[in-house]
Write a protein that binds this ligand. Structure first.
Ligand code: GAR
Length: 224
């Protein structure tokens, strides 16, 4: 089976990129990374790509007069590499609706909160400040409005009394590293599809008729 060709856009550390690289190292994984693009020349994720032997390039927003010019350069590189799906992995530039629409249903993002709660930056500090008991991460298809779009997968992380934004970020990151490869797998296998602005998941036990006796136990925090 042909593997889905993925482009990954980064701006920094690239730990989610690493999770995707590790997943794609398995020849049975249904996707492969064809190109990594960074808008920053010093992004550590570029080093991760090089080490894995994956083509990587810098397209700096500073080299273009405007956003459409910057995005056209990214488009050109992605298309030249035969990319079929773009994964944003800590890519910290807002994309124009032109770019987002050109990659409609072919562009996904990971965000460190349970969307639609805590869009934007500083999600962990804001979740602690709001005294919510759970946070987590979301993988979603991208739409022009920031941190919006059909949700593929979420992972829940409890917020502990002892948490500060750093300890919480560390635990959410562990959840991100499990979530992004799993979401990519679902999409690459054709099991997660956008239907009417919702993502339908097929072929998983969650689509079987869920009777009260087989429904998952509710997660409580603090525990009962
Ligand atoms: C991740 O926590 C990711 O969810 C977040 O940036 C971090 C990147 O880390 N993305 C956003 O906040 C996008 N709105 P990484 O470079 O180690 O993958």
């Amino acid at each position: 089976m042909a593997r889905l060709k993925v482009g990954v856009l980064i701006s920094g550390r690239g730990s989610n990129l690493q999770a995707l690289i590790d997943a794609c190292a398995d020849p049975d994984f249904p996707a492969e990374i064809a190109l990594v693009l960074s808008n920053k020349a010093d992004a550590y994720g570029l080093e991760r790509a090089r080490r894995a032997g994956i083509p990587a390039a810098v397209v700096s927003h500073r080299d273009y007069a405007d956003k459409p010019g910057f995005e056209a350069a990214m488009d050109e590189a992605l298309n030249a590499a035969g990319v079929e799906l773009v994964c944003l992995a800590g890519f910290m530039r807002l994309l124009t609706s032109g770019f987002v629409e050109r990659w409609h249903d072919k562009l996904i993002n990971i965000h460190p909160s349970l969307l639609p709660a805590f869009k934007g930056l500083d999600t962990h500090a804001r979740a602690i400040e709001a005294s919510v008991r759970f946070t987590g991460c979301t993988v979603h298809f991208v739409r022009p409005a920031m941190d919006e779009g059909p949700i593929v997968l979420q992972a829940v992380v409890p917020i502990l009394e002892s948490d500060d934004s750093h300890s919480l970020a560390d635990r959410v990151l562990v959840a991100e590293h499990r979530s992004y490869p799993l979401a990519l797998k679902l999409i690459a296998e054709g099991r997660a599809r956008v239907e009417g602005e919702r993502v339908a998941i097929s072929g998983s036990p969650t689509t079987a008729s869920t009777t009260p006796s087989t429904a998952p136990e509710p997660l409580l925090n603090p525990p009962a």
